[in-house]
Design a protein around this ligand. Sequence first.
Ligand code: ADP
Ligand code: MG
Length: 701
Amino acid sequence: MSEHFQQDIKFLKGVGPKRAELLNQELQIYSFGDLIAYFPYKYIDRSRFYKTTEINSKLTHIQLKGNISNFRQEGGRGRKRLVADFRDEAGMIQLVWFHAAKWIKGSIKEDKTYVVYGKPAIFQGRFNIIHPEIEDHELFDAKLSTSLQALYNTTEKLKNNFINTRVIHKLQNSLLKSSRGKISESLPSYLIKRINLISREEALINIHFPASQDLLNRASFRLKFEELFMIQMHLLRQKLIRKEKSQGFVFSEVGEYLNGFYHQHLKFELTGAQKRVIKEIRHDLGSGKQMNRLLQGDVGSGKTLVALMGMLIALDNKYQACLMAPTEILANQHFNTISKMTSGLDISVYLLTGSTKKAERNIIDEKLQQGELHILIGTHALIEDRVSFRNLGFVVIDEQHRFGVAQRAKLWKKNVRPPHVLVMTATPIPRTLAMTLYGDLDVSVIDELPPGRKAVKTLHFTDSQRNRVFGFMKKEIKKGQQIFVVFPLIQESEKMDYKDLEDGYNGISRAFPPPEYAVSVIHGKMKAKEKEISMSYFVNGKTHIMVATTVIEVGVDVPNATVMVIESAERFGLSQLHQLRGRVGRGGDQSYCILMSKEKLSDEARKRLETMVNTNDGFEISEVDLRLRGPGDMEGTQQSGMALNLKIANLSRDGQILQLARNEAEKILEADPGLTDDSNEVLKKQLSLNFQKKVNWGVIS
Ligand code: ADP
Ligand code: MG
């Protein structure tokens, strides 16, 4: 915005240095512009008066009209308070003050009618209002310009310093008065006409001081649209710029490797979704532009296979490929699968992790540089400087959200031009979030599981039903199946968690005693070697039950395991639960996921468990997750300021507005990629203002 809005907030009438400091600290409001973009979280209808008899505990705020009388002191030392009776035609409640009592008592007249506003509370079985707002009814009527009044979030500290929602309301008023004629338009006029928006000035006025419900709706729409649209414009421009300047290796050949694999090694038909995605990738690889593609798909949907086929195309064109995974277990597993799938094809595949021995490393280094090594699979070890390829052309990153941007960027530099990049995630994210987080990437989705999979059945039991669960586990073991039992591990309560794990392990060892049963355990405190041994016992079928913390969350593949028991399931997030469930159901047998929880659950925890019981669809689960938690807490969003700092739009509710914003942004850039047309001048200016504090956003993924 203009210079006016860049002024320090302390210069606003009614603020001053002390309040400014509080606003800085508590709400990150530094400038006029920050304040005007501090939007209300809700509106109350101030034309609506409740009766005292209508109060219930669901109401967060109520407004009453009546008389106040019978002031008295109650309570002993420490809890001393001023109490008064409030009466309307229907009944009576009490008003309570813990401080500023004298002043209040002196200013209220018994024969006057007052408007009382506040949050009802229950004390000794009766409703009261603590520290109500009180206004003379006559004055209230006179100045009631609109029935909708904005409420603003504040903090404890602000309230203690008398900056409450009303004060912020007044500051907004003062700011808007001083801003008349200074709120310039940020969107091109043809766009405003095309989608019928109100002006920016009108929107900002009405978001803080709605003249009517209709104008409030339109103000909110305009501001949400603008917010999402600017982000989409930014992302799409980044993508355009990247495509323009980053030339990619052209992989025009489909040769022996891919054909050999496809015709001789692939034992099953690709799913329709896999075929579609491979086509998309092939198109990118032949385009002359560098590919930057996100591959989303549920656990078990066959992403690895698609990634492998991409790598084979690179090999056919005399380039090397690599695959980076976030953990050693996972890297190992990828190595095994890919080695198996490519055996007999004369492809040299190597594994490089922190545990790779020195002699082996030397061989890898040498072969990499000679170009004799075709596919390198590994962990973070891949990005070390000493790892130098002869001709790296294709990079796959699995579970990309576990890597930092800078880490990933290092792989780009391993050839004269950046290699083609395919990032994969098995944690589906809602479409709206993907559009905002990865809006500058091309996105492919595998939304279809290979045929013949039996959906995992999910059941919820409480701790008191444990014996039934143990009985069921025994039946499955008798059938020759194996079982995971997973305990939560949360950083803050690590000690307690290990205690739980230990108790749980002991309990299971007692219920499943040798020699009939064998139980393995694996957790983060064990040495890598110990983990590996424990894991291999289970993988090779020597133990029936694997008791573990969430270290097994990603990737572990034991097709014979058909039961996943999740202990204290209420403590896991949805995406984690979904990931864990994905560990079973990999073979042909019917699999089960059993969620154990305590009896009493919070509403949110109950909703999570219900969602797990009701659906196996990762995308649906991610939508619920987004609704429950908001984008800030979703896995994978931490790296992006964008989804977190939305001021008014909400990615779980405003999907349609986002889609519109994306479409409009695409249309505009298609017609005028450089935004050089006169009609786009305001837009171009606004974009450079909004994104001048340049986050290193372009290189993400
Ligand atoms: P993801 O990486 O998406 O979790 P994978 O690529 O590991 O999934 O595939 C899971 C399992 O399904 C593997 O055993 C794989 O061989 C098998 N698979 C993949 N695609 C198909 C298909 N089209 N038909 C049958 N099985 C498939
Ligand atoms: Mg996988």
